[in-house]
Design a protein around this ligand. Sequence first.
Ligand code: NAD
Length: 429
Amino acid sequence: MERKSDISGFHELSPKRRLELVKAFAGLTSEEAKALEKTGALDGKTADMMIENVIGTTELPLGIATNFLINGKDYLIPMVIEEPSVVAAASYAAKLARASGGFTASSTDPVMIGQIQLVNVKGPEKAARDILAKKQDIITYANTVDPCVLVKFGGGLKDIEVRVLATPAGRMVIVHLLVDCRDAMGANAVNTLAETLAPMFEDISGGKARLRIISNLADRRIARAKTVWKKDVLEQASKGQFNGEDIVNGIIEAWAFAFSDPYRAATHNKGVMNGVDAVVMATGNDWRAVEAGAHAYASMRGRYTTLTKYSKDKDGNLIGEIEIPTAIGLVGGVTRTHPVAKVAVKILGVKSANELGEVMASVGLAQNFAALRALATEGIQKGHMRLHARNIAVMAGATGKDIDTVAAKMVEEKKIRVDRAKEILEKLK
Ligand code: NAD
C-alpha cells in the first residue's frame, strides 16, 4: 500500500477496517496488529517491571490522526487520549494544511541539560572561571569514560556552562552539562553523567555538590514546525459559512489574545498539548517531562505566553508556527518495552528522536489551529458536543446505530443529558 495518510472516510470505517488500513500502511505483522486490537495489551508481568506495587493496568483509547504531511512525508499519527474531538480536530487541521504542502519541520541537536548544584563555594565567580578554564579537559574525560554510553551513538557531553545564582539559601554555583542524548530522552543518562562528574566540580570549586539532575526545561532540544493554511481553503471548508479573510483574522486575533494574556495562554497551550501529549503517550514517552518543559519554555520571556505564533503571508493566508522543547526518545524508558508503544513508533515510521519531535510539534500546531479555528468561527462546543453526545448516548444504554441517532437528536435539541438520552432511546424502542 502507498504510504498516503489522506485516507478518505477513515472515520466512517469500523475499528477493524481502520486497523487493516494502518497495518498495510505501516507494514505491521499480524502479531503487532493484534497487540493494538486486544484489550490488556500490557501484560501483568511487563507492568510489574515498570513501576512499584502494581495491582493491574488501565487503558485509554488509541486513535489514528490522518492527513499529516510533514517535510514531504506522509504520516499516520497514533494518539492516546481520553478526550473526544482531539483526533478528529488534528486530522482536520492536517487535511487543510495539505493544500499548501503540509508542515515543514526542523529541530536542533537533541541536547539535554544536566544541572550540578555547588554550595558552600567561597568565591563563586572565581570557581565559575576555574571550571570554565578546565572545560575541555572535563569534556574529554567525560566522553572517554562515557558512563551512560552515549558517545557510541554519536552523542555525549558537548559543552559546559556555569552560572552563579543568588538564592534565599545564599549564592550557589550551578554547572550545566550540555549532553547530546541522540535517540534517548536522556534523564537516566544525564543523571548518571552528572553524578559521575560532580566530584570533579567539587574539587575545582572547593564547594559541595548537592543536586545532580537533568533539567526539564529542555530549551536546547527544540522542534519547530510551520505551515500555511490558505484563506480560500479555510473558506471552502466552512462551506461558505465564513469568509476566508475573516477566519484568518479571527485566528490571528485569538492568538494575539493568548500571546498577551496568561489566563488565555494557559488554555491556548493546553490545546497544543492535547496533540503533543497524545503522541507522547502513544509512544511510551514521559509526558510529565514534556509538559514541564513546554510550560517552562512558554515562560522564558519572563511572562507565560504562547508556544505557537500566527501571522499572514502577502496573499492573506494564515501562517502557523510552533516551537517546543522535545524531551522524548525512541530508546530507553518504556518506549521499547511497552507493546503498544513499540507498534505506535512503527506506525509513525520515525527513524530518530528528532524526527519524532518534529512530528510532535506538527501535531501540536495542527491541534492548536483546529481549536482556534473553531473558537474564532462557530465556537468550540459544536464539534465537541457531537462527540460528547455519543458518550452520553452510550451511558444511557444506546448501542449500535442507536448511538448516533440518540446523539444527533440531543445535539439538535441542545439537550445533552443522560435522562434525555434515555427518553429518546425509549421512544426508538
Ligand atoms: P535509559 O537510560 O533507559 O536509556 C538511555 C540509554 O540508551 C543511553 O544511555 C544509551 O546507553 C542507550 N542507547 C541505545 N541506543 C541509543 C541511541 N540510539 N541514542 C541514545 N542512547 C542510546 O533512558 P533515558 O532516556 O536516559 O531516560 C529516560 C527515562 O528517565 C524515562 O523513563 C523518564 O521517565 C525517566 N526519568 C525522568 C526524569 C525527569 O524527567 N526529570 C528524571 C528521572 C528519570
